[in-house]
Ligand binder design. Sequence first.
Ligand SMILES: [Zn+2]
Length: 281
Amino acid sequence: MLHVHAHPDDESSKGAASTARYVDEGVQVLVATCTGGERGSILNPKMDRPEVLENITEIRRKEMDAAREILGIRQEWLGWIDSGFPEGDPLPPLPEGCFAAQKVEDAAAPLVKLIREFRPQVVTTYDENGGYPHPDHVMCHTITVAAFEAAGDKDAYPELGEPWQPLKLYYHHTFHYERMKALHDGMVARGLESPYAERLQDWKPDPENERRITTRVECAQYFAVRDKALLAHATQIDPDGAWFAVPLEVHQEAWPTEDYELARSLVESELPEDDLFAGLR
Ligand SMILES: [Zn+2]
C-alpha cells in the first residue's frame, strides 16, 4: 500500500491507525512525502524557538524518521519544496519553484517512478479539495490521480521503469462532520469540555460529503500508535492542544474507524467496505 502525502506529519494525522493495523497484518506500507515541509509554521508553542525555525527542514526530517519507526513503514521524499499556506487578502502568489507551482506532468514523474518500483495494489491520497485547502494538498491529490493512471501506461514516462497499474485508489475522509459531532457528543456525555463546540456551531451536517465515504476501517486498537506517531512531529502538534483534548477512550468508543472514499477501482468489491484490500485478498 502506498500513501501519498503533502508534508511530513500528514501521514500521522490522516490514516495512521489503519496504517498501523495493516503493518501489523503484514502489509508493506510506503509513504511518499511530496515536500519537506520547509514552509510549515511551528504549531507547538513549546517548540517555537528561533533555533528550531532556523533548522526546520532538518528537524522535520528527524521527526519524520521517528514517526516512520513508530508506524513501521518505509518512507520516501519526492523532493518538492513546500508551497506554504497562503494568507492575506488578496492572497499572495505561490513562491517561485514550490511544489504547487510545478507543471502536473513534472510533479507526477517521481511518483510514477516510485509506483513502478514499489508496485502497490492500493494507493491513498486526499480528495480534490485537499481535505483542507492547502495548495500542496490539492497538488498532492492532482499528481496522485495522474500518477495512478500513468504508472500503468507503457506510453507514459517510458524512461521511468516498467509499467505497474495499482488496483485501488482511495481518498482520506478524516475531519468530516459526523466524526467531529460523535467526538463532541462523546465528550459532552462524559461531562468533559469538548474542543469542537465552537467549530460545530457553524459547521452543519453535510450528508453529501458523508455519502462519499465507502470504506470504514476499524482500527481503534491502533489509535495509541497514531497518537505516538503524531507526537513525534513535535514542531507540528501541541500535546496540550485540541487534538489531544479528547481522551483515547472517547476516540475509541465514539469513532473507532478511519474513513475512506474508493475513488477508482479496477477490481470488484461490494460497497460499503471495511477493508482497503477488499476484492484483492
Ligand atoms: Zn499537510
